[in-house]
Design a protein around this ligand. Sequence first.
Ligand code: ATP
Length: 513
Amino acid sequence: MAQQEDVFKKIVAHAKEYGFVFPSSEIYDGLSAVYDYGQNGVELKNNIKRYWWEAMTLLHENIVGIDSAIFMHPTIWKASGHVDAFNDPLIDNRDSKKRYRADVLIEDHIAKIDEKIDKEVAKARKRFGDSFDEAMFRQTNARVVELLAHREAVHTRFSEAMNANDLDGLRQIIIDEEIVDPISGTKNWTEVRQFNLMFKTEMGSTADGSMTVYLRPETAQGIFVNYLNVQKTGRMRIPFGIAQIGKAFRNEIVARQFIFRMREFEQMEMQFFVRPGSEMEWFKYWKEWRLRWHKALGLGDEKYRYHDHEKLAHYANAATDIEFQMPFGFKEVEGIHSRTDFDLSQHEKFSGKKIQYFDPELNQSYTPYVIETSIGVDRMFLSVLCSSYEEQALEGGDSRVVLHLPAALAPVKCAVMPLVRKDGLPEKAREIVDELKFDFTTHYEEKDSIGKRYRRQDAIGTPFCITVDHQTLEDNTVTLRHRDSMEQQRISIADLHSLIHSQVSLNALLRKI
Ligand code: ATP
């Protein structure tokens, strides 16, 4: 495990060094759990998004996309349950880095006092036998009287703090009662925070009455509230889906593990609207299809597993996660949920608008059921990065760091390199770049030795390097070097395009699903 943590640290450092992911606002010492994508990261990320978008919308004729705004009417979040769902007072232990509900810590503490009282009572009952008067014992036994008074005092303070929403008061109870973290055993607590995952902001100036709006914590609601628009204008017939890629924001209290848990992240979500009663069939379909999408990337079939939920949200009737083996264990990358008609019904209720589908085949109207597939772009990015990273020992004691990125996702598809910076080789190399650049992200590289240039491209996962040498000027052939095998082949310039295309095109990847 320690070794895996080491590797993870190296991957994070590599991501920064090679322009994939930077900590946000770094020159101001960063902003926790917020990251920026660099020149290579943005390309990889865009390719992941394109792979998802095209797989969903091109390969399924009954799925269309939308791009809804981040700001939405605040009642949407009331209807979806987000406003009321996460309002627990939370506290962190700085040593164990664990997060707790402050109210639960205090309730557990009170329960422990109760246990102590019960033990005293039980002991006395044993001692006195049939003549034991419990009520009298509770009123007169010094130890029990003391414990009861203590319990009562804590309980009163606790109720008052909860009713008054007094977070400092809650914390003070934890401090005064010397409540320790069950894991670290320490009392090194942070302050207590009221925890709603949603970020709030104000819309409109105060003069004309501002309104509190939220940064969306998921993109899904933008799809639900556009269900009628899309169904009507697109004349969509059930079953059909609506896909969306966009930013989501969650005020994660404990945010760790690099881009795995961020406060600003991106989601790729698809809501698939089906006839009530057919949802299990579609749930099965999407569960299988989404895993095929993952596996087509070739990151290693053994790195995936399903995690079926036993405990379901009140509105769901089936849910599973697709987990990926990260260096810190199997972790959720995607969720597939059967959400029944919960969301559309809630929006119908809160908006007062009829949100139904008239099914011409059944000659009846109903609220569609929904299967959701929801994947985080950043977690997907992390899984691709982690499984592609390799420190490879080479013959002769040499080594290299290589990213075995799926070629269709690689930020740069090919790098063209003149062997030397003279004799017309740079000009020839430029000619090749000018031809390839229309179809592939192509780098021109002339600095440093060829070996160093290869290493730099390996480190960002470029599948092909093309070297132009003196022979090129004579016969229009170049050396094509393959990233993973490091094999070099002599190939005619005229054949470059088709060979590279066959390996790096998204089309080829989509056909593998
Ligand atoms: P977790 O339990 O890890 O917090 P979740 O179950 O709350 O995740 P969902 O609400 O199902 O996540 O969101 C769907 C997807 O969005 C997740 O599978 C994940 O890929 C991504 N995601 C959710 N929260 C974050 C986050 N804070 N940072 C990055 N990606 C996230």
